[in-house]
Design a binder for this molecule. Structure first.
Ligand code: AP5
Ligand code: ZN
Length: 218
């Protein structure tokens, strides 16, 4: 299975990615997690990316494509992969197509903007693994602690309300047009075009997972 998760910030891409990757035995390629790892490591790329991320903007296509192209060389990508948060500009989508990276499905998460802000304000993350929780909707077994490692959970720097609103604006302007892009490609009848599947992302996490798996197998 080779797929893209597309949807606004806080739609549940990272949360559902965990279940999908387990189900199909494929790696999660989250450009956001890769950038946060670079920020934490203090690399020059990380220092540059941090400013952009904290403002809710998008890191340059050049940097992102460099990260993804390198990641795709790894042997664990041979049997499939899940892109989480990539591509998110037309330029990134076109580059992926030009590179001939095979794709089966583009999964579009639909969640209204009003729900997003509440989700972000309660999000807790285990930075090393990217595992994501919510204080109310998806709480860890023990408060503030990762279920698997027992390590502390943190809040993301870009989850402040004003940054979330900036990220939503960027999503509507630059990433949402990709839904039309992939829909048009599918409609063209090109056998290389991925199927576009829309999923309602509102409701309990497990129910959304059932919808996702059903959509992927349809
Ligand atoms: P990235 O890390 O990709 O952030 P994002 O797309 O804004 O998405 P999020 O991670 O915020 O949300 P999510 O959909 O994964 O939701 P989650 O599962 O965590 O990118 C961060 C930044 O990096 C960008 O702003 C940009 O600067 C840069 N960047 C990354 N990729 C880039 C690219 N390709 N090009 C350029 N720049 C790039 O869920 C959110 C919360 O809701 C959690 O608390 C969760 O527990 C909860 N939740 C999940 N599902 C449900 C549910 N069904 N009901 C209730 N709560 C739920
Ligand atoms: Zn995420």
């Amino acid at each position: 299975m080779r797929l893209i998760l597309l949807g606004p910030p806080g739609a549940g891409k990272g949360t559902q990615a965990q279940a999908i990757c387990r189900h199909f035995g494929i790696p999660q390629i989250s450009t956001g997690d890769m950038l946060r790892a670079a920020v934490k490591a203090g690399t020059p790329l990380g220092l540059e990316a941090k400013k952009v991320m904290d403002a809710g903007g998008l890191v340059s296509d050049e940097i992102i494509l460099g990260l993804v192209r390198e990641r795709l060389q790894a042997p664990d990508c041979a049997n499939g992969y899940l892109f989480d948060g990539f591509p998110r500009t037309l330029a990134q989508a076109e580059a992926l197509k030009r590179d001939g990276v095979p794709l089966d499905v583009v999964l579009v998460f639909e969640v209204p903007d009003e729900e997003i802000v509440e989700r972000m304000s309660g999000r807790l993350v285990h930075p090393a693994s990217g595992r994501t929780y919510h204080v109310k909707y998806n709480p860890p077994k023990q408060p503030g602690v990762d279920d698997v490692t027992g390590e502390p959970l943190i809040q993301r720097d870009d989850d402040k309300e004003e940054t979330v609103r900036a990220r939503l604006k960027v999503y509507h302007e630059q990433t949402k047009p990709l839904i039309d892009y992939y829909t048009a490609w599918e409609a063209s009848g090109d056998p290389a075009a991925p199927k576009v599947r829309r999923v309602n992302g509102v409701g309990p996490v497990d129910e959304v997972t059932e919808r996702v798996i059903a959509a992927l197998l349809s």
